[in-house]
Design a protein. Structure first.
Length: 122
């Protein structure tokens, strides 16, 4: 039996601001619905990913900005860095950490992300 991680909740204060941020950096807006007055559910997926994030109202009790250690992998950390900067995101210059090249950024609430280019395998 497979156990797949396919959805991770990211706590935010302003759903529209967060949705705009994530779509601006290239995430696909897959779903946006309010099934009740207390719930708004927005699902976003990074290009090529089998795992999505959800933001919204009534989807998590975690404090906005409390997520650390979210990581995505890319073919080129430098291209990802340039894409983030072009979208107006404050990202760190690419750094070789020994187990890959990384750039880091945070969303408007302070949720922290790492973007990793995996090392080349022989």
């Amino acid at each position: 039996m497979d156990w797949k991680i396919e959805l991770i909740a990211i706590p935010v204060t302003d759903v529209d601001r967060a949705k705009d941020f994530y779509t601006k950096i290239g995430f696909n807006a897959d779903h946006d619905a309010s099934p009740t007055a207390d719930i708004r559910y927005v699902q976003l997926t990074p290009p090529g990913s089998g795992c999505s994030i959800c933001i919204g109202r009534g989807v998590t009790e975690a404090a906005p900005g409390s997520v650390e250690g979210m990581q995505v992998t890319v073919a080129s950390a430098e291209e990802a860095y340039q894409q983030l900067v072009a979208a107006g995101v404050e990202a760190t210059p690419v750094k070789d950490m020994g187990w890959g090249l990384f750039t880091f950024f945070a969303d408007p609430d302070g949720n922290k992300w790492a973007v990793q280019e995996l090392p080349k395998r022989d």
